[in-house]
Ligand binder design. Sequence first.
Ligand code: NAD
Length: 472
Amino acid sequence: MNAVLKTTPDPSLDGMHEAFARQRAAFAADMNPSRAIRLERLDRLFAMTERIAPALEAAVSADFGHRSAHVTRLADVMMVTAAIKHARRHLKSWMKVRRAPTALAFRPGSNRIMPQPIGVVGVVSPWNYPYQLAMGPAIAAIGAGNRVMIKPSELTPRVAELMRQAVAESFAPEELTVVTGGAEIGTAFVAMPFDHLLFTGSTAVGRQVALAAAANLTPVTLELGGKSPAILSPQVDMAQAASRLAMGKLFNAGQTCIAPDYVAVQRHAVDAFVHAMRREVERQYPAIDANPDYTAIVSDRHFERLQGLLDDARQRGARVVSLHPEGLGTASGTRKLGPALVLNVTDDMKIMQEEIFGPLLPVMAYDTIEDVISYVNRHERPLALYWFGTYRADRDKVLARTISGGVTLNDCMWHFGQEELPFGGIGASGMGAYHGEYGFRTFSKHKPVFHQAALSGTRLLQPPYGRTFDFM
Ligand code: NAD
C-alpha cells in the first residue's frame, strides 16, 4: 500500500514543480525586465486587488468566523495598494545603476553598483493578514524584476483559493502564481531551489524553513513572531497610552504579529492602568459578541489555546481582569474572546513564555526602568517594542539598551505602515527586512562593477615585480 502511495504522483506537487520550472525558464528568457514591464505588472496587481476587495473581505470573514470588512480593507487591501503606489513612485530611482566612490589608486577607473533581479522568489504566508502578507513581499519581488510563487496558509482556505483564482486570471503562471495546500505542500515548496525565500509565520516553522533553504543555499528572509513588550514609563499620559494600547492589542482581536504582547507598568500605577484600559475598551468596543468591529479567533484550536493560557496563569496565581462588561465568554459560540488583562504574572506562566496572539494582555509590574530593560534583554529579541512616556532620558535609555525588530514610540504598530522604514525581526523574531526600498533590495543582487579605464595605474602591478616594487 505504501509503495503504491509513494509511486502515485501527487497532482498538486507536480503542478508546483512544473510552475517553478516555467518561472525559471521565463526568467532566463528575460533576466532584466524593463521598468515599463514591472510597472505594468504592479498595475495589474493593483487592479486585481481593487476588483477582488469585496470578495476578499467576505472570504476573510468566513475563514475567521467573523472579521469586519473595515479591518480587512485597512490591513489587507489598503496596505497592499499603498505599497504598490509607493513602489510605482520610486521604482525609477531604485533601479538606477549608481556610481560609487573610487579610491585614487584606481582612477580613472570607476565603480558602479547595479541592482539586478535574482530570479524566482518563493513567498510563504500566514493566516492573520492573509492577503497583505502574501502580496506585500510579492510587490517588492515583482518591482525588483523577479518571478514569484506564493504559498498561502491553509487556515484561511477561502482566501487562498480566491487569491489562486484571481492571480491565475490576472497573471501568466510564469509571472506570478499561487500554490495552495497545507504543511505537506509547504514542506515541498520550501525545498525547491528558489533564488530567495521570504517566510512569514511562527518561529518554530521558520527554523524548519531555514533548514530546508540551507540545503539549496537559498537566502531567506524570515518574518517571525514573539513577545513584543510595551513599556509605560513613569512619566506617561495614562489615558492616551491606554487608548493607543487598546487599539494595538484589540485590532484583529490581538491576532497580529506586532501586537503588544505584554505591558510593563510601574507598580504603583497598575490600578490606574486597569481603570484607563477598561474605559478605553468600552469606548472602542461598546459590545463584543454582537459587535461587527470585533474579530473572532481564527479556529477552535486557537480559541482553546488562549483559554489554556488563562487557565494556566490562574492556576499559578495570576488574576484575570476582564476589560468589558460582557466578560470573557462567548454566549453565542462565536469564538469571540473578550479582552482581558492578566495581573500578578510570573515567568513560569505559559502566558509569559508563548506568543499570545489574542486579546489578552499580561501586566508586568516594575520598580525601575532598569528592571524592565534587563527583563527584555533576558528574553528572545522581540519583533516590536513600544515605549510610552514624556521623559526623553528614559526613552533614549530604552532605545539604546534594547534590541528589537522595530519600535513605535508613544503608540503601537505604526512603524509597520511606514514604507520608508525597513520591516523585519531579529534573532528569534526573524532576519532580513522588506517594505519599500528595503524590499526591492532584499530581492535584488546589488552587483558591484568596476570599470577599468584605457589608461590605468594598475599596469604598474603587472609582473615582473622587481621593477614595480622600486616605485613603491
Ligand atoms: P505558521 O508558521 O504555522 O504557518 C505559516 C505558513 O507556513 C503557512 O502557510 C503554513 O502552511 C506554512 N507551513 C507550515 N509548516 C510548514 C513547513 N514545515 N514548511 C514550510 N511551510 C510550512 O504560522 P501562522 O500560524 O500561519 O501565523 C502566525 C505566526 O506568524 C505568529 O507567530 C506570528 O507572530 C507570525 N507572523 C509574523 C509576521 C511578521 O511580519 N513578522 C506577520 C504575521 C504573522
